[in-house]
Ligand binder design. Sequence first.
Ligand code: PDD
Length: 277
Amino acid sequence: MLYLNGQFLRPEDAKISALDRGCLFGDGVYEVIPVYSRQPFRLAEHVHRLDASLASIALPNPHSAAEWMELVQAVIARQDYDDQSVYLHVTRGSASERDFPFPQDVEPTVLINPAPLVTPSHEQKARGVRAISHADFRWLRCDIKSLNLLPTVLLREAAKRAGCAECLMFRDGWLSEGAASNIFVVKDGVIAVPPKDHLILPGITYDLVLELAKQHGLPLEVRRISEAETRAADELWMTSSTKEILAIVELDGQPVGKGQVGPLAQRMDAHYQEFKQ
Ligand code: PDD
């Protein structure tokens, strides 16, 4: 069962207008919330980021934080599996004609659509994954979790065709993030990550990694990271709500460090798994 505009429906019964602005313009924002054993993970943080994304596109938030949490819990309760990936989006709704400026008196479209959660396999965790890289050709508001995902679609397809799990992006010689993940770099025992500015998504997992590093006394720097530094790293990690903390052991065909999952990736993943309990 999914949730659409106030109703719980079977996916085959859920219909959205062909004039929905999400469909015509990508005029909306989204969240992906992981759910372990029916417990949403960091739900308040996701709801907070949703509010920030909505504010950034001047779309009034149709629900309070408490209402969002209740709705997400109601959707979780209606599924017959325990570990879920809850996709949630809000669009500016559907007007009677296709016109770029905001329509007046239109209700937003709210969709909450869960799927079984697929986290990295044991093999991916143990061996790490491979990545390619590409110039970051997205816009300059990557801090908004926008429905305009064509760059992500193209870059993840390129990664898949290369037998890789992610595509790292560089803008003007600096690391930004992965197509659908944040990227951490380790050199000489120090973890580094680019700052949360308009060039990257402020990841919920990113924030948790920062918290865990602090809690466990692991050195971590938030600063700009050059492409050369990224390629010379001892370890690279990708982080996201569904990938958790996943080591990248090969970039563009070259081994990252020793080409194996590094000790700090193992440690951070252990802290993350412990935190999840
Ligand atoms: N993607 N950067 C980008 C561009 C992302 O799309 C994502 C998440 C992240 C990581 O954010 P978080 O830790 O909050 O999941 C970073 C989601 C999972 C997706 O689009 O499916």
